[in-house]
Design a binder for this molecule. Structure first.
Ligand SMILES: [Zn+2]
Length: 463
């Protein structure tokens, strides 16, 4: 039996960090031992001085994205390699519902692209046209569970392609099976459309005005409305508010949680590290994304809310557009939105919260491992180092310091929103199902080795 022992590292579990050996047999974790006795045929990896973490899960990625207007510059091989270099061993990406076709076709179409991946992947299903007949809608949503999809993605904005009105959201919330979670992009489309239209009337469409076109009130209103719709009258729908950019959104989610509802919230590194001052800077096009960057006050409050345990998941919403695409038209209404970030997710969050703010590694790692695994039905297969779990492991050296430069990153965007930031630590090795796929700058995992992971209904993964 092929055994691998990661010796003498600091193993990060949901409750804390222990100095121990990690034993891997074939694709699975066999155990955490104070001292594992090596056999002659075992492969040994010295992890002294290193953090041994569960593989990072990025629960919100857009690899090889085609919005119908823009296509990101990456593909699944590039995107999954960038992920592996950043210690990410599972992504939860999106499959878009296809017009008049069953969800199985939408999943198959997306799987055909992801087949290049070197890491494992799961999907949220983007609902674009919910069936009008409510019994049909219920059956449709139920059928997703058999396909291994336990989360929906719903949009309150982006007319006409993605937008769902209140009635559509309401019907989905009423009919979705209890094992399912609805991830919602919350921005009030009417407020965004109005603000954008007023800027156009004043010829204020250059990149500097991007944030004004999507005011924070649009997000705050939609977050509140979505939670209201999701919890009235049955209160059973599980809701996940994607990419909270304002501190008020996180605060409002907490109000609902305190009432006993299953509502979760996500934020992203960009909202914790950057603010809207960049739109007055020399490269505002680097920061076109939806929702946009907010005030310094919001950035600081969001950090405090993460520290206070009010945020469930940190993910990237990564979109790998290059500068040629970002700069093709100096008009924010004609510029693809989204930032590259998958490779720097853990690095940036470790630096901010653990190195600078002194938070325990386990507390921050949980937001990118066990929490998304539980909410999206991957636990306990993913998100934890425990006997029987997939041997997805990251060895992180907490000591080296470096400066972020897009030249050292593996995605194709020829810029980084975090260019020049000082960071602490480095991913030394990434294992996926017991196989070393990345080591000290070198990719060892074969293109296409990644697998589609069937998510399990919520009740089986949430304690
Ligand atoms: Zn997104």
């Amino acid at each position: 039996m092929a055994r691998l022992i990661i010796q003498g590292g600091n193993i990060v579990s949901p409750d804390g960090t222990v100095h121990a050996d990690l034993l891997i047999e074939n694709e699975k974790i066999a155990g955490i031992l104070a001292h594992a006795d090596p056999q002659p045929e075992d492969t040994l990896i010295d992890a002294s001085g290193l953090l041994v973490l569960p593989g990072i899960i990025d629960a919100h990625t857009h690899i090889q994205l085609d919005t119908g207007i823009y296509q990101t510059a990456d593909n699944w091989e590039i995107g999954s390699k960038a992920a592996a270099a950043g210690g990410v061993t599972t992504v939860i990406d999106f499959a878009n519902q296809l017009k008049d076709k069953p969800f199985a076709d939408a999943l198959a179409a997306r799987q055909a692209e992801a087949v290049q991946s070197i890491i494992d992947y799961a999907f949220h299903m983007v609902i674009l046209e919910p069936a009008h007949d409510l019994k049909q809608l219920e059956d449709d949503l139920e059928s997703l569970l058999d396909l291994g999809i336990t989360s929906l993605k719903l949009f309150t904005t982006y007319r006409p392609n993605y937008y769902l009105d209140d009635a559509a959201l309401w019907h989905i919330f009423q009919t979705m099976p209890s094992g399912m979670v609805a991830m919602v992009h919350c921005e009030n489309d009417s407020l965004v459309t109005d603000a954008t239209q007023r800027l156009i009337e004043q010829d204020k469409t250059n990149w500097a005005y991007h944030a004004e076109s999507r005011p924070e009130e649009a997000e705050i209103e939609a977050v509140n409305r979505v939670m209201n719709l999701a919890t009235l009258p049955v209160g059973r729908s599980k809701t996940y508010i994607a990419h909270c950019s304002t501190s008020y959104s996180v605060f409002d989610v907490k109000q609902y949680r305190d009432k006993g509802y299953s509502v979760y919230c996500e934020t992203c590194p960009q909202y914790l590290l950057l603010d809207d001052s960049v739109y007055a800077g020399s490269q505002p096009e680097h920061y076109i994304l939806q929702p946009p960057l907010r005030s310094e006050h919001d950035r600081r409050s969001l950090r405090e809310f993460v520290q206070a345990g009010m945020v469930d998941v940190i993910s990237t919403d990564t979109c790998d557009y290059n500068l040629a695409q970002k700069q093709a038209n100096p008009d924010f209404t004609q510029t693809p939105g989204g930032l590259p970030g998958i490779e720097t997710l853990f690095l940036l969050m470790y630096t901010l919260f653990c190195d600078k703010l002194g938070e325990p590694v386990a507390k921050i790692a949980n937001l990118m491992t066990v929490n998304p695994a539980r909410i999206f039905g991957l636990y306990p297969r993913k998100g934890i180092l425990a006997a029987g779990s997939d041997a997805d492991v990251v060895l992180y050296d907490p000591l080296p310091e470096s400066t972020i430069s897009h030249k050292n990153l593996h995605y194709v965007a020829d810029y980084s929103p975090y260019e020049g930031m000082r960071v602490k630590g480095k991913v030394r090795m990434t294992l996926s199902r017991g196989e070393i796929i990345y080591r000290d700058g070198e990719f060892l995992g074969k293109t296409g080795r990644g697998r589609f992971i069937h998510s399990q209904p919520y009740s089986t993964t949430r304690p």
